[in-house]
Design a binder for this molecule. Structure first.
Ligand SMILES: Cc1ncc(COP(=O)(O)O)c(C=O)c1O
Length: 396
């Protein structure tokens, strides 16, 4: 049956980061873009209608917080994630990466240690280093394609003067949905060692059958004073260009400090259309999301079968959440330094090079499958052709 997500939309010349920077980023024009985490789908009509309604008002002055959005978000979190949030805990911000930086500036000082679990979404590295904080890494253990937290190493590091942990839940790029027992251990360790826990939950709505995202701050009263949760409708409803996110800070004093920093650096004013879109997303787009999840689930199953049958040299790390799949390419007969060029110039697909997520990503690539099925198949066929040619050559 045809789906609304089957429509192939030309995104070129729309100032799209994903589609309009082929030349600068990949040094090639004719590639299928399967990298940065946005989707090649239209957002729900209800969101477009809300934006048009606001645009028709015609006055676009300075815009601050939105009570309507806060209410919609409280309902969303209660319904989709069984997390009861007090409206007063919510701060709106122009983006999750901006919020990570504001949290760093608010709760740590230059020279303080901040821990991340690697491989990890790469802007976390620059947020830490560019603010003159000290990066501490807790490498995730990869056992036959299943990633887990090394808790012994985590505890050792948290006990050794770490001030903040930036947690990614669900995790980008490896796609894990952390189980309750894992979350409890992380929360307990942060509490024990007085570590501020910044939990980036931007991917929490894109979770596949059989898995359940649990907001770490929903685990109990004890974790609340330490927790700063970052969420956004931008991944879920494809709104990244509208620059909107929310931060949930139950600790009054921490919230005050966060707000002060946000205003000090001039990030306190918000995008009118971002607020309207987010409110519409959280209030009337659940049906659309359920359809999206089913489409993504089908794309993921297609990928799994395709790699197994046609490209067994590449192992997929099947994500439990997110619309990105982490590809283990270490068995390809190729020097791993040449992996990115291989996918760009031999296959003709634009992926994220694994090593940008940290040294643990060496030999891996990240593929974004939030695109119409026809485009996905074209991308997979391109990869298959290039890998077959490579394997044939290595046998010569
Ligand atoms: C884990 C994670 N955090 C944050 C972001 C970006 O958020 P924003 O665009 O709101 O800065 C992304 C985008 O891919 C992401 O994967």
């Amino acid at each position: 049956m045809a789906s609304i997500f089957d429509e192939v939309i030309d995104r070129k010349n729309t100032a799209s980061l994903k589609w309009d920077c082929c030349k600068q980023r990949f040094n090639s024009e004719d590639i299928i873009q399967m990298w940065v985490a946005d989707m090649d789908f239209k957002s729900p009509d209800k969101i477009t209608e809300a934006i048009i309604r606001r645009a028709n008002h015609g006055v676009y002055g300075y815009t601050e917080s939105s009570e309507r959005l806060a209410k919609a978000l409280v309902n969303w979190l209660a319904k989709r994630h069984q997390w009861v949030v007090d409206k007063s805990w919510i701060v709106h911000s122009p983006g999750v990466v901006t919020s990570v930086n504001i949290a760093i500036l608010s709760f740590t000082n230059p020279g303080d240690k901040i821990l991340v679990q690697t491989p990890i979404y790469y802007p976390f590295y620059s947020s830490i280093k560019d603010n003159q904080r000290v990066l501490v890494t807790n490498s995730l253990k990869n056992t036959s394609g299943f990633y887990e937290i090394n808790f012994d190493d985590l505890e050792k590091k948290l006990a050794n003067g770490v001030r903040m942990m930036i947690f990614c839940s669900p995790h980008n790029p490896i796609g894990r949905v952390w189980r309750q027992n894992e979350l409890e251990k992380v929360a307990k360790l942060c509490k024990k060692h007085g570590v501020i826990l910044v939990s980036d939950e931007i991917h929490s709505d894109i979770v596949y059958k059989g898995f359940k995202h649990i907001p770490i701050a929903s685990l109990g009263e004890e974790i609340l004073p330490n927790a700063v949760t970052l969420i956004s409708p931008t991944k879920t409803f494809n709104l990244a260009g509208l620059c909107q996110s929310s931060v949930i800070i139950p600790n009054d004093q921490h919230r005050q400090v966060f707000n002060n920093t946000m205003n000090r650096i001039g990030a306190g004013m918000l995008n009118i259309f971002g607020l309207e879109a987010a409110e519409a997303a959280y209030s009337c787009c659940e049906e659309w999301l359920d359809e999206l999840l089913s489409y993504l689930q089908n794309n993921l199953e297609l990928i799994e079968k395709y790699f197994e049958s046609h490209i067994p040299q590449i192992k997929i790390i099947k994500p439990e959440a997110t619309y990105m799949v982490w590809l283990d390419c270490r068995e390809l007969p190729l020097e791993m330094e040449k992996l990115k060029d291989f996918f760009t110039f031999k296959a003709g697909v634009g992926l994220n090079d694994g090593v940008t997520f940290g040294k643990e990503g060496f030999g891996f690539q990240r593929l974004n499958f939030a695109c119409p099925k026809t485009l996905l198949i074209e991308g997979l066929e391109r990869i298959k052709r290039a890998v077959t040619e490579l394997s044939d050559k290595s046998l010569d």
